[in-house]
Design a protein around this ligand. Structure first.
Ligand code: S3P
Length: 428
């Protein structure tokens, strides 16, 4: 853990950035490549710590994975050829690795033990293990499987018809990946649409997945075949520069190759609703995942309400949207976002406590927060709670504060955006 002092003196931001690869899609490219038989090649892979944890887990299962810059190649005998790992699978800070691997390992032929860092040790796993146990999975763990470490004995699974109690792509994906190996047709019914990268990528690897009005169905016993995956830039990383461009004076930033999957693009809708100067130019040659070049300029912003079914489309962007709201005229209300409490840290408490230290007028509610703007922000010492997105929220705030912002731990930002500070230097 190392402290970082950020003294930027209110720069105007100018320039063009290529946003690093999408974290959700990078994880899945390795997972699906490892399940598939044959060779998978990936470009634009995110070299963030979370995705490197995924690679490390599959290497321990005997899958050959080579990394050269942001190109990754995966050579797998297919899920049935995996070796039983002699070491614990360590998932680091990554909820996506932990939860999706539970679904994959449950229907594998191996026994494995999985654990992660202190934050992972506090995140609920029963939301995944409950439906997997209904499918016949053998998973044990601390607090009856609620927390890591977890032990998984791969077995033959049965399909289920699952009504999701929460809007979570991690839960949906774990059940679908287990469903690939189950007897019968697995059905998942979403309460709200969550990111659909798993469904899109399963099709890319040759599986048939149907989706009608939030009901997804997948026949068990389908095999995947290695393919090529191009990972678009992560809109959740772009979000920090979209907000920076909107709130810093005399700024104009262009972000290239940003993924604009409609299940992830809630922040663009909110920026439009708040009156931001933003243009989105979709790329014609996008593949399975749509991409765009996005330009943002200094904007006069109005408060807004963010609630209901847009929440899963921007759940990871709420910390940085809260900072944005401190600079908007009037009140911004964020509700229906209780899922924030079970992210890398409790992001309702973390966002409210840290923005208050900077002088923001912000109060926590049961399922979100209320922000009154605009408020000039001042420097302060901030805690990141080891959460990359809280760290980047503090760093973007430092671009508009009077005085320095000190982050207690900036290293956690490498979880999703290792080149974040280099990109700040490029545009400031
Ligand atoms: C993710 C799903 C979301 C998101 C996380 C990545 C994924 O989590 O917050 O950063 O890759 O499927 P939930 O499924 O818990 O909503």
């Amino acid at each position: 853990m190392s402290e970082k002092v950020l003294q930027y003196d209110k720069p105007s931001l100018q320039g063009t950035l290529t946003i690093p690869g999408d974290k959700s899609i990078s994880h899945r490219s390795v997972m699906f490549g490892a399940i598939a038989t044959g060779k998978t090649t990936v470009d634009g892979f995110l070299l963030g710590e979370d995705c490197l944890s995924t690679i490390d887990c599959f290497r321990k299962l005997g899958v050959k994975i080579d990394v050269e810059g942001t190109n990754v190649s995966i050579d797998s005998p297919g899920i049935e050829g995996w070796q039983e790992p002699t070491e614990v699978l360590y998932t680091g800070n990554s909820g996506t690795t932990t939860r999706l691997m539970l679904g994959i390992l449950a229907g594998s032929t191996v026994h494995s033990v999985m654990t992660g860092d202190a934050s992972i040790g506090k995140r609920p796993m029963r939301r995944v293990i409950d439906p997997l146990r209904q499918m016949g999975a053998h998973i044990t763990g601390r607090a009856d499987g609620q927390y890591t470490p977890l032990a998984i004995q791969g077995t033959v699974l049965q399909a289920i018809d699952y009504h999701m109690p929460v809007a979570s792509a991690q839960v949906k994906s774990a059940v679908l990946l287990a469903g690939l190996r189950a007897e019968g047709t697995t059905i998942v019914r979403e309460i709200e649409v969550s990111r659909d990268h798993t469904e899109r990528m399963l099709r890319q690897f040759g599986a048939k997945v149907d989706e009608v009005d939030g009901v997804i169905s997948l026949k068990g016993g389908q095999t995947l075949t290695g393919t090529h995956v191009s990972v678009p830039g992560d809109i959740s990383s772009a979000a920090f520069f979209l907000v920076a461009g909107a709130i810093c004076e005399d700024s104009k930033i262009t972000l290239e190759n940003v993924g604009i999957n409609p299940t992830r693009d809630g922040i663009i809708e909110v920026l439009h609703n708040m009156g931001a100067s933003i243009t989105v130019m979709p790329n014609e040659d996008s593949q399975s995942e749509p991409t765009a070049t996005i330009t943002i300029e200094t904007s006069t912003l109005e408060g807004t309400t963010i609630e209901g079914d847009i929440i899963p489309r921007l759940i990871d962007e709420i910390p940085i949207l809260a900072l944005l709201a401190t600079q908007a005229n009037g009140k911004t209300i964020i509700k229906d976002a209780e899922e924030l409490k079970v992210k890398e840290t409790d992001r309702i408490t973390a966002v409210v406590d840290e923005l208050k230290k900077l002088g923001a007028n912000i109060e926590a509610t049961e399922d979100g927060m209320v922000i009154q703007g605009p408020t000039p922000l001042r420097g302060a010492s901030l805690q990141t709670y080891g959460d990359h997105r809280i760290g980047m929220m503090g760093a973007v705030a430092a671009l508009i504060t009077d005085g320095a912002v000190v982050l207690d731990d900036a290293e956690c930002i490498a979880v999703s955006y290792p080149s974040f500070f280099e990109h700040v230097e490029e545009v400031k």
